[in-house]
Write a new protein. Structure first.
Lengths: 227, 519
């Protein structure tokens, strides 16, 4: 099925802390279709973040297989995983995680430079265009510290978009901003989803935010509660 | 367009400066007094004497004894010329003797004067020269004036005796000799700085014999004739400004890459960066000085003169540099620890480990490079200021004082306008005026001119009339000076690169997922 972007089969992640096994993700079978906007909901400690890190290759699963575009990413080595993330996944973190020494524009350009596909001029042009899309045309040359929380998260979204990824993984993108800004951010993600067809996976525990998504997935104790 | 403007601007300034140098002759170069300096107490010593025996039969019997020291025979300055202010037909050279058989001499003469050229071979340590001649035709009349001036560029190397019979000489000291019944009169002029002239006035007496003993003390080195010291001084701010501009230019470059990120990371904690820089500047300064001194010793001193103190020094040096590198390691390590999350984010986005490694190595190399360059330049400057790289001899404290007075000029407080006579001041003022005017014409505004002023001062010092003898000596040591600077920079860069590499290995082991969890 080509319309399925991510597919996990019996995915488990078990942490061992002083001989106590903690099942962060427990036998999870899950599918993400192309162009979907999925909201992962669940209390903290339910395994949302671990699941997101697993499907993006930041962590290796204890058991199970992850297919990304029919490619088994659990078999990739560290370097291949880095390249895989760079090309296929855009990250938006809870607390923005922008590089503080670079300007907003440079932060957006950074992944493209790491990818090394486009030349300097093209990267700059593309970055400015994306900054326009997220509505930050005026704040190109400001450092992250000079931007508000919402603006920083927009820069992070722009950074996630620069390499035209298949999927944007947003780990609680709205939990550090107020509700209004959060809704605006979600609307922006929704717009990107509709216009560009980017698959977006958001984890949140705010039902108001989650309502905007195509599909809400509730996770509890590492397992899908309601689909 | 801006670049062309700048080039035109700078070249106009340099041209005008050159014009000033040519057009306004700064000092009467024909009359430039030579000074000498020696570490020994009395370089002229009793060995260097001039006997003038004036007989009442209208002729003078002159006997000169010179002790020529060629302590650092370097292939330069081993020709000593002894001018005699008479053409050959007016004098009669009785004998020229040289204590060392390896040395040679040659008598040259023209219409006005005769000179005895003594060639001291490089292997030679010292020689005694004795010239005796008779002057047939001395001045007739009541007054007999015999002026002479003793001089040398540096006693350790060359000792020149110059006879000067110009009338425009400033008489610093005049002696009136009225011979007594005793056979000889001795003058000690130790308290007076060289050069000096004295006049022997013979009046109302027709002595049988006058014997002049000349005994001198060393005069302190006058830096006026050694603009290189001033240059060393001026170099320091120039280098600082140029490097800072260079770095700023690097940072302003549009492309963001490893270098730019590394540079900005360094500047996050400017004070820490500054302290680290100092930690390497000191060893690389010492390295430059030590290497240059070693080289000078090897080149100029004969093998048996080496006492073998260089190796312990080098050992201490290496330890210092390694300590400096530990400091770099410490700085980089703590900055990596501070940014552990940021590095985690970079890895999450998809940066390869090689990029992180490169970034951290670049950071440490940048620190090493900046510190190495500053240290090497400082080393050269210190070498020029406190050492005499030309002779490998340590200068006394007086030198610094003289240097200061040379750079800033000796201004008579009672006659403040006389400072304009100081060529350095005059050049500076003219250059700055030209700079401001040209700047105003080109950019029609006066701003950001301070660095240009420093550059101009540098050029002014550089373009001062340079004593060709010193320039020649300086040019001889330039190659290995540059080489030593290169070595010092290379050393600090490579060591800091190694430490950077070791730390980056640690940084790449950062577990991204864990870092992100524990915020």
């Amino acid at each position: 099925m080509s319309s399925i972007l991510i597919k996990t089969v019996n995915l488990s992640k078990i942490y061992k802390i002083r001989n106590i096994e903690i099942k962060a993700v427990d036998n999870l079978n899950f599918e993400v279709k192309k162009g979907e906007l999925i909201a992962l909901m669940g209390p903290s400690g339910s395994g949302k973040t671990t699941f997101l890190y697993l499907i993006s290759g930041l962590e290796k699963p204890t058991k199970g297989v992850i297919f990304f575009n029919n490619q088994d990413i659990t078999k990739l080595n560290e370097r291949e995983l880095a390249d895989f993330r760079l090309r296929n996944i855009g990250f938006v973190f809870q607390n923005y995680n922008l590089i503080p020494v670079l300007t907003a524009l440079e932060n957006v350009e950074l992944p493209a430079i790491a990818a090394g596909i486009l030349n300097e001029e093209e990267i700059r042009r593309k970055a400015i265009k994306i900054m326009e899309t997220v509505g930050l045309r005026e704040r190109l040359y400001n450092k992250p510290a000079e931007l508000s929380g919402g603006e920083q998260q927009r820069v992070a979204i722009a950074r996630a978009l620069i390499n035209d990824p298949f999927v944007i993984i947003a780990d609680e993108p709205t939990s550090n901003v107020d509700l209004e800004t959060g809704i605006k951010l979600i609307k922006l993600l929704l717009e990107l989803n509709r216009k560009k067809g980017v698959t977006i996976i958001i984890s949140t525990h705010d039902p108001v935010i989650a309502e905007q998504a195509d599909r809400i997935v509730k996770i509890r104790n590492g397992q899908i509660a309601v689909s | 367009m801006v670049k062309i403007r700048k080039v035109v601007f700078v070249s106009v300034i340099v041209l005008i400066l050159l014009l000033f140098q040519r057009g306004f002759s700064l000092t009467d170069t024909n009359n430039t007094p030579y000074y000498f300096y020696s570490a020994s107490e009395n370089p002229f010593s009793a060995d260097n004497q001039i006997f003038i025996l004036v007989s009442n039969k209208s002729f003078a019997y002159v006997k000169m004894s010179l002790h020529i020291k060629a302590r650092y025979p370097s292939g330069i300055g081993h020709i000593v010329t002894v001018p005699i202010p008479y053409p050959l037909n007016e004098i009669f050279i009785i004998n020229v003797t040289l204590s060392n058989k390896m040395a040679k001499y040659q008598v040259n003469s023209n219409q006005n004067e005769t000179e005895v050229e003594v060639e001291v071979l490089p292997s030679l340590n010292e020689a005694y020269l004795q010239i005796t001649y008779i002057v047939n035709k001395i001045y007739q009349g009541d007054e007999f004036k015999f002026k002479f001036k003793l001089s040398s560029t540096a006693t350790e190397l060359v000792l020149n005796v110059l006879f000067e019979n110009k009338t425009n000489w400033v008489d610093r000291k005049s002696f009136e000799v009225i011979p007594k019944a005793s056979k000889e009169t001795c003058f000690v002029v130790a308290e007076e700085a060289m050069p000096f002239t004295f006049t022997v006035v013979l009046s109302n007496v027709m002595p049988k014999t006058i014997t002049l003993f000349l005994k001198t003390q060393a005069a302190p080195l006058k830096i006026e004739n050694i603009p290189l010291y001033g240059m060393g001084f001026a170099l320091v701010p120039c280098i600082f400004i140029t490097t800072s501009k260079l770095i700023r230019g690097l940072a302003a470059k549009r492309k963001i890459g490893v270098t730019k990120i590394a540079y900005r990371n360094i500047l996050r904690q400017p004070i820490r960066f500054f302290l680290t820089i100092i930690g390497i500047v000191i060893p690389s300064t010492i390295l430059t000085i030590a290497l240059t001194q070693m080289e000078i010793s090897e080149q100029l001193l004969s093998a048996y003169n080496l006492s073998g103190i260089e190796w312990p020094l080098l050992l201490v040096l290496i330890i210092t540099i390694v300590t400096g590198c530990f400091q770099v390691a410490n700085t980089i390590f703590s900055s990596v620890l501070e940014r552990i999350k940021e590095i985690g984010v970079m890895k999450a986005i998809g940066f390869r480990n090689s990029f992180i490694t490169k970034m951290i190595i670049t950071e440490s190399v940048l620190i090493g490079c900046i510190a190495g360059v500053i240290g090497a330049i400082l080393g050269v400057s210190i070498l020029m200021i406190s050492y005499n790289p030309v002779y490998g001899a340590l200068l006394s404290n007086d030198v610094v004082a003289y240097m200061m007075s040379s750079i800033f000029g000796e201004v008579d407080i009672m006659k403040p306008w006389t400072f304009i006579e100081n060529p350095w001041y005059r050049n500076c003022i003219l250059a700055v005026c030209v700079l401001v005017i040209v700047h105003f014409i080109v950019y029609s505004k006066v701003e950001s001119i301070s660095s240009s002023i420093v550059t101009i001062i540098f050029f002014t010092i550089l373009l001062r009339p340079v004593d060709p003898f010193f320039l020649k000596l300086f040019l001889q040591i330039v190659p290995f000076l540059v080489f030593n600077i290169f070595i010092a920079v290379l050393f600090s860069v490579s060591l800091s690169a190694i430490t950077g590499f070791l730390i980056s290995k640690k940084a790449t082991e950062i577990d991204t997922a864990k870092v992100m969890e524990y915020e």
